[in-house]
Design a binder for this molecule. Sequence first.
Ligand SMILES: Cc1cc2nc3c(=O)[nH]c(=O)nc-3n(C[C@H](O)[C@H](O)[C@H](O)COP(=O)(O)OP(=O)(O)OC[C@H]3O[C@@H](n4cnc5c(N)ncnc54)[C@H](O)[C@@H]3O)c2cc1C
Length: 373
Amino acid sequence: MTFDYEQLTETIAAHAATHAPDVDRGVFPGETLQAMRAAGMLGLVSAKDVGGQGLGLGAAAFVVERLARECGSTAMVVCMHYCAAAVIEQHGPATIRAAIAAGRHLSTLAFSELGSRSQFWAPVGIATQTSGTTVRLTARKSWVTSARHADSYVWSSKPIAGGETSSLWLVPRDTTGLRIADDLFDGIGLRGNDSCPITAEDAAIPESARLGADGAGFGIMMGTVLPWFNVLSTAVSAGLMEAATTKTAAHAAGTRFEHAGSTIADLPTVRAYIARMRIATDQTKTLLADTITAITTSRPDTMLRVLESKAAAGESAAQVTDLAMRVCGGAAFRKEVGVERIFRDSRAALVMGPTTDVLYDFIGKAVCGLPLF
Ligand SMILES: Cc1cc2nc3c(=O)[nH]c(=O)nc-3n(C[C@H](O)[C@H](O)[C@H](O)COP(=O)(O)OP(=O)(O)OC[C@H]3O[C@@H](n4cnc5c(N)ncnc54)[C@H](O)[C@@H]3O)c2cc1C
């Protein structure tokens, strides 16, 4: 039987739409993930030789964009899983790769820390090896999406050997010495994400849990995580913008001023706002597609596109959803039109690392021929 991920995505998106109101109240999107698991969609980017679907970043972006139209939280959980899976595919053990391929294993990224904050490339958490093959992790991770639900975390630390770079580890959730914050995640948006702090105090893992060589974390972050995360974050923003634009146009066309016998869409100001929303949404989708093309064809401008896409999409999503709130009026301020959740969810892209302002700095440096770091 052929694996039609586009068709399956429609089914999964219907699950995400059904559960979106509960997820916005803070419920982790477990039912939708279960549907993805059953359909083989959690193993989308896993290689065929371990039982996965063998698809790449383009397919992952398709799924994430479509999910984001229905539920931003679900899309972000899946975004983080695919990013972690891409790293584990390259550097992880065959057993975990096979578990991800079979949909039995959910993973995520644990990069951000209380100390290095959004500057994830410079972890201050440490990994020490005092004797034998056991490594002990000590860190204060500030945000981990799916914290209580993921089976493992792709975890950053300073290298065992010290120095300015980083190492990555595959850390099981049930590792002794890990403490996931008790409070439920209570953010302004992406409220079903379960994005909680995790503390590690001498958490013991085997040395073999390292992903890549000691000190190779920075290279993996820049070579794998950055393109995957920026593209999939762009896909989340694109999906949110598509939903906001579509819902706003439908509300404007279908809502009447009875005394005047006209609709909101009959107002030229409103039509101009909606036109700007449509243009920005289509620009984001075009940039998303071009960035994926640049990556898959190893185009010389790939790094610039990777940096640009998340910055542009995050900024555009904030502007488009702001317009959605304005055009849909008081009806949007309540939950009648369904754009206020999208407005709140869209805010995360601006501050998720690499943040928009960090990206502006990197892009400026790249364009001026300066080193990024
Ligand atoms: C919903 C959500 C889910 C998340 N999930 C995860 C996850 O699964 N894994 C994970 O590792 N992290 C995750 N994060 C964390 C995220 O990636 C950032 O690390 C976090 O949002 C940064 O918050 P902060 O308060 O530490 O920001 P700070 O680093 O304190 O930033 C404050 C301000 O300073 C600016 N700034 C910082 N450095 C620079 C610079 N060099 N140039 C210009 N401006 C700069 C920032 O842009 C920001 O405006 C998540 C965040 C959110 C909101």
